[in-house]
Design a protein around this ligand. Structure first.
Ligand code: NAD
Length: 487
């Protein structure tokens, strides 16, 4: 058993403003992926706990939470944001230990959570309906209203950022939330609930039920008394969630996977590009839905880019999360096996490794570590260039011209983020229009960044948009009122 103290009063379910033991009495063990040690146990919430949480959320809507004004909600979000800022170090350590994220990257996530609440707090009283010109003896207007109870099912890779963008936006619009964190990463979700409650968030406005996806997650997504589901995770689970929600005609936002390209043309500013090309692939050990895992390079500069990226790769270090190296471990041994499987595929198909990082000397032997790997000259239709690896593996793909670059960029099932590197203004605009992707970055790349920037997928990357102001429309519904005032 680890001696790590979470400093949480409780790792049970947080329902109706109280810490409640799971009805089954069962708990799950969390492992620190940096050394394989046991971290702590968390509630194994199930259907009965989800029922209680949904009920508490409905009670909140008809009580103190539902009667708050938009401005009051905004001020409360500011207060929670300020408290999170005070607790950045605590939250960062919880996340680093829980998912193996290097400490400075975990710190950035906590800062991003505070920023989401600040952004949405400021927006709370600025989402307006409209008046619509209609017949002369009518006045027609629209009202923006919360959905009601919203379910939030989040993965382990960026728990704090995803809670900020989905729960933050949902609370802003006056919904009451039931949050099901990933079984591998619950601690910051529970810490967030504690901070929000201590700041005065009315009981039942936010409920957290940790547990397995197949139990608590399935119970939430198929619950007849919720009015919206926001899911971030894998395509396979997204399909299950949409299918379960469809039985109750519950609307769903899906933020799924990606195989995001960066396209480097012959006139690119390579000095600027190199860090973006690499960071977007190795940040959070590549376990980022918007990771840039495909680097498409014009053949005239392919050798130069390969050499420059290889040199930078050789300087990358891999070690325990709390020692804050370029990369920590993967989230689990299971995830490591998945990524190792892709590297075996490269070996089998004689795809050569252009460069790898290195392990630190005192690497704990039971950690889920893997070296960041740059693969050379990968055929664009190969599974390594088509499938989401969700680990620190990037593929280099040469291209001949703009048309071929577009065809390769659009060749996967996904469409989450794309980067374009060129100084040619016409080409920037042609490429931005031609690539099917929810976000396009020109001469920069933002994997996971940009609280203000609407984010979401084309194709199997999902549907609906979170982040930015756009999320506030997704977490609300529209009522049209046609008022006849003739004699
Ligand atoms: P996952 O789909 O296995 O799990 C995500 C969440 O869904 C967890 O909370 C899990 O408990 C829950 N879940 C699992 N089965 C469920 C079920 N049957 N019903 C309801 N809930 C269920 O995904 P993961 O392994 O945690 O995350 C990796 C995947 O998520 C990658 O494919 C990645 O690209 C994607 N992802 C996407 C984004 C995005 O914003 N687009 C962000 C992060 C991760």
């Amino acid at each position: 058993m680890s001696t790590f103290n979470t400093n949480l009063e409780n790792t049970c379910c947080f329902i109706g403003g109280e810490w409640i033991a799971p009805t089954s009495g069962d708990f799950l063990e969390l492992t620190d992926p940096s050394d394989g040690s046991n971290l702590c146990s968390i509630a194994r919430g199930q259907k009965a706990d989800i029922d209680l949480a949904v009920c508490a959320a409905h009670t909140a809507l008809s009580g103190d939470w539902g009667s708050m004004t938009a401005a009051e909600r905004g001020r409360l979000l500011f207060k929670i944001s300020a408290e999170i800022t005070k607790n950045v170090e605590w939250l960062a350590e919880l996340e680093a230990r829980d998912v193996g994220k290097p400490l400075s990257q975990a710190r950035n996530d906590a800062i991003a959570l505070a920023r989401y609440l600040e952004f949405y707090g400021g927006a709370a009283d600025k989402v307006h309906g409209q008046t619509i010109p209609y017949l002369n003896d009518y006045t027609v207007y629209t009202l923006r209203e919360p959905h009601g109870v919203t379910g939030h099912i989040v993965p382990w890779n960026y728990p704090m950022q995803i809670i900020g963008r989905s729960v933050g936006a949902a609370l802003t619009m006056g919904n009451a939330c039931v949050l099901k964190p990933a079984e591998e990463a619950c601690l910051t979700a529970l810490a967030f609930a504690k901070i929000a409650h201590d700041c005065g968030l009315p009981e039942g406005a936010l409920n957290v039920v940790p547990g397995l996806g197949s139990e608590a997650g399935a119970a939430l997504s198929g619950h007849p008394d919720i009015q919206h589901v926001s899911f971030t995770g894998s395509v396979a689970t997204g399909v299950k969630i949409q299918t379960a929600a469809a039985q109750n005609v519950t609307p769903v936002t899906l933020e799924l996977g990606g195989k995001s390209p960066q396209v480097v043309f012959e006139d690119a500013n390579i000095d600027r590009a190199i860090a973006f090309l690499i960071n977007a692939g190795i940040q959070n050990a590549g376990q980022t839905c918007s990771a840039s895992s495909r680097i498409l390079v014009h053949k005239s500069i392919y050798e130069t880019v390969r050499k420059r990226m290889s040199a930078a790769y050789s300087a990358l270090t891999v070690g325990p999360a709390m020692s804050d190296h370029s990369l920590g471990p993967l989230v689990s041994k299971r995830q490591k096996e998945l990524v190792d499987g892709f590297l075996d595929l490269a070996k089998r198909d004689k795809i050569s490794i252009a460069a790898q990082g290195k392990y630190v000397a005192d690497l704990p032997k039971d950690g889920a570590y893997i070296l960041p790997t740059l693969l050379d000259n990968v055929p664009f239709e190969h599974p390594l260039a088509q499938d989401e690896i969700f680990g620190p593996v990037q593929v280099l793909i040469p291209f001949e011209n703009e048309a071929e670059a577009i065809a390769i960029a659009n060749s996967t099932d996904y469409g989450l983020v794309a980067g374009i590197w060129t100084k040619d203004g016409g080409r920037q605009m042609r490429m931005a229009k031609a690539i099917r992707s929810g976000q396009i970055f020109i001469n920069n790349y933002g994997a996971g960044g940009g609280v203000e920037l609407p984010f979401g997928g084309y194709g199997k990357s999902g549907h609906g948009r979170e982040k930015g102001f756009e999320a506030l429309y997704g977490f609300s519904t529209l009522k049209t009122v046609a008022n006849w005032h003739g004699e």
